[in-house]
Ligand binder design. Structure first.
Ligand SMILES: [Zn+2]
Length: 94
């Protein structure tokens, strides 16, 4: 998160917006969980466990849909021979 979703102030890394005092803690926690899942997907890739990679990549993507998360999930789908899913994900990235 780069900006407060309530007032658009720059996100400073605190759990509360410095301008509007909105609670940003839950959003930060979700971003952290997505990053943890992304790292677990990469670890599963390094262990050649592509099914587990897909599980973690899917979770990461559902928590925070970034182009990187979609690419990771598309790669995992390809490696698990789910080509329709891989192409759909790949085409969803602009
Ligand atoms: Zn704010």
């Amino acid at each position: 998160m780069e900006r407060c979703p309530a007032c658009n102030a720059r996100y400073t890394g605190n759990r509360q917006c410095h301008r509007c005092k909105a609670d940003l803690g839950m959003l930060a926690d979700i971003e952290d969980a997505a990053d943890t899942c992304r790292k677990q997907a990469v670890a599963a890739y390094n262990a050649s466990d592509y099914s587990l990679m897909l599980d973690h990549a899917r979770r990461s993507c559902s928590l925070r849909k970034t182009p990187e998360a979609v690419w990771l999930m598309a790669c995992a789908a390809f490696l698990t021979r789910r080509f329709d899913m891989a192409m759909r994900l790949r085409n969803s990235i602009s």
